[in-house]
Ligand binder design. Structure first.
Ligand code: AP5
Length: 219
């Protein structure tokens, strides 16, 4: 049976960081909606140019656009065994759309880890984040520094700071999270698949807790 895991948490909670560990452990493709938008922007596609308008303001890309992008991705062959979704769904309408898509595939969401972190910590994490241009590997100048400043340990590409990590945009992204994404915590709690994780601990500690809880939930 395919396994679908949805990673919830505010901007900067560590979803992308933990997704790298989870996707390796469970051999699932890592699907990050934000990364797909950034890749489209890099290639200057119509989708990328549209998404940029919203991302620059820290707002969400409209549901219909995001839902059809994820549907296309989930229909690809590597998702036959399931997927790890990072940053999607982000609104109740997206959660409903995902549930409908999976039902059509005779599958369902199996587990939803929610990484909890205070607002103060989120701001510090985003201000110090560096991302690799080639594959989106994530570093932090204090908590997870690359071996050579400015260079990705894994593929040697340049590290950059995301445009939407500017202080003003970060504030708005956090607001948008509280207003539009937080209701999903109750939605998945009621569905019986929520796993609460303390994201304030170190990257390794959070990873260990997540993997242990996920093994119980999905294997
Ligand atoms: P997206 O790319 O999804 O960004 P996000 O959800 O805001 O999350 P981030 O990538 O900023 O943070 P993260 O939780 O992955 O943290 P990370 O692991 O990097 O979305 C960007 C934009 O795209 C949205 O604003 C929206 O416009 C659009 N979009 C995306 N999905 C959409 C959707 N479904 N619908 C509509 N629009 C959508 O970690 C952060 C930093 O902290 C790193 O430096 C890391 O090294 C460090 N760190 C991580 N864990 C720890 C730890 N435990 N201790 C210390 N440091 C840590």
């Amino acid at each position: 049976m395919p396994i679908y895991i949805v990673l919830l948490g505010p901007p900067g909670a560590g979803k992308g960081t933990q997704a790298q560990i989870i996707s390796k452990t469970f051999d699932l493709p890592h699907i990050s909606s934000g990364a797909i938008f950034r890749d489209n922007l890099k290639r200057k596609t119509q989708l990328g140019m549209l998404a940029k308008e919203y991302m620059d303001r820290g707002e969400l890309v409209p549901d219909d656009v995001t839902n059809s992008m994820i549907r296309n991705r989930l229909e690809q062959e590597d998702c036959a065994k399931g997927a790890l979704l990072d940053g999607y769904p982000r609104t109740p309408a997206q959660a409903q759309a995902l549930s409908d898509m999976l039902q059509e595939m005779h599958a369902k969401v199996n587990a939803v880890p929610n990484i909890k972190v205070s607002e103060e910590v989120l701001i510090e994490r985003l201000a110090g984040r560096w991302t690799c241009r080639a594959e989106g590997h994530v570093y932090h100048e204090k908590y997870n520094p690359p071996r050579t400043p400015g260079i990705c340990d894994l593929d040697g590409s340049e590290l950059y700071q995301r445009d939407d990590d500017k202080a003003e945009t970060v504030k708005n992204r956090i607001q948008v999270y509280f207003q539009q994404t937080m209701p999903l915590i109750d939605y998945y709690r009621q569905a019986g698949n929520l796993i609460e994780v303390d994201g304030a601990k170190s990257i390794d500690q959070v990873g260990e807790e997540l993997i242990a809880a996920l093994r119980k939930a999905v294997l």
